[in-house]
Design a protein around this ligand. Structure first.
Ligand code: PXL
Length: 286
């Protein structure tokens, strides 16, 4: 039977991030994707002018209606959340819908999308990372980038990385309470970039690709959505991470070959056929 995931993040109407990325990618991967929009923005917050309508007051009534209709999810995937208060609501949502009480556990995947390149996104204040840490505490898998990991753990943000520092960050992330911590944007040598993960049983793994010169907004959302889709399709986490990293590289390469502005995100659409083919191929190989 087809798996059903629900993603909780904003709708940035233009700019290729959050729901406008998650929905097409997860659907293309053969997974039903429900949405619970946390806010509606004209664009993501890296544009100079943007509007934002917080939808916090919709989370509870939508949850109530779903509960009445006995809607259930195989997975819950969260991204950009609009406020600290909303982080609490999302924790309540996990308690209601992750099936921990009914025994049919759903996978909780949290991308604590709140910062990049050493800086919090424009809409957040310094108190926000501690609220997001509470969301991470309830997750099976968290997917922070280096900046987010440093804000979540209080460890310094370093652009020069080594394995000891990455291990320290991963251990500190696990201490938040999540099942597996995945760090993105890990780099030990100039031409390579990748991810490193550690789970509660002490299993550690990493995956590296070539480092692309260009960077585009929203690639973190492309990555996390692909990981979520891969897990829902039954991939092992490390295989889902590798597929997601390879897909992001292809998306960046496709975008670099065109002349689109980086604020409009990466052209993930043109690489969806590759993603679908590669997903089925890698699932077959096992
Ligand atoms: O891609 C992360 C993201 C999602 N949603 C909104 C954002 C950002 C990053 O800036 O502003 C509204």
């Amino acid at each position: 039977m087809m798996k059903r995931i629900v993603t909780l993040q904003d709708i940035s109407c233009v700019g290729r991030c959050s729901i406008t990325v998650a929905l097409p990618i997860i659907s293309a991967m053969g997974v039903e994707c429900g949405i619970l929009p946390t806010a509606v923005l004209s664009t993501h917050t890296m544009f100079q002018t943007y509007t934002c309508k917080d939808l916090s007051d919709q989370i509870e009534p939508i949850s109530d209606a779903w509960e009445k209709e006995q809607v259930s999810f195989d997975g819950i995937y969260t991204g950009y959340l609009a406020s600290g208060e909303q982080c609490h609501q999302v924790c309540d949502f996990f308690d209601r819908f992750s099936g921990r009480s009914s025994g049919k556990r759903s996978m909780v995947i949290v991308d604590p999308a709140m910062a990049d390149n050493g800086k919090l996104y424009a809409a957040f204040d310094e108190a926000f990372p501690a609220e997001m840490a509470e969301v991470c505490a309830k997750a099976d898998v968290i997917l922070p980038n280096m900046t987010e990991a440093s804000l979540l753990t209080g460890l310094p943000y370093k652009t020069e990385q080594d394995p000891a520092y990455i291990r320290q960050l991963l251990e500190a992330l696990l201490e938040l309470g999540c099942g597996t911590a995945v760090l993105t944007g890990v780099s030990y040598e100039p031409g390579k970039l990748g991810v490193a993960a550690l789970d509660r049983d002490g299993n550690e793994f990493s995956y590296f690709t070539r480092r692309c010169e260009q960077s585009y907004h929203g690639t973190g959302d492309i990555f996390s959505s692909t990981v979520a889709g891969g897990i829902m399709r039954g991939m092992r986490l490390k295989d889902a991470l590798a597929l997601a990293a390879d897909y992001v590289v292809r998306c960046i390469e496709a975008t670099a070959a065109s002349d689109s502005a980086r604020w409009y995100g990466a052209e993930f659409e043109s690489q969806i056929p590759w993603l679908c083919r590669e997903l089925e191929e890698r699932l077959r190989r096992g």
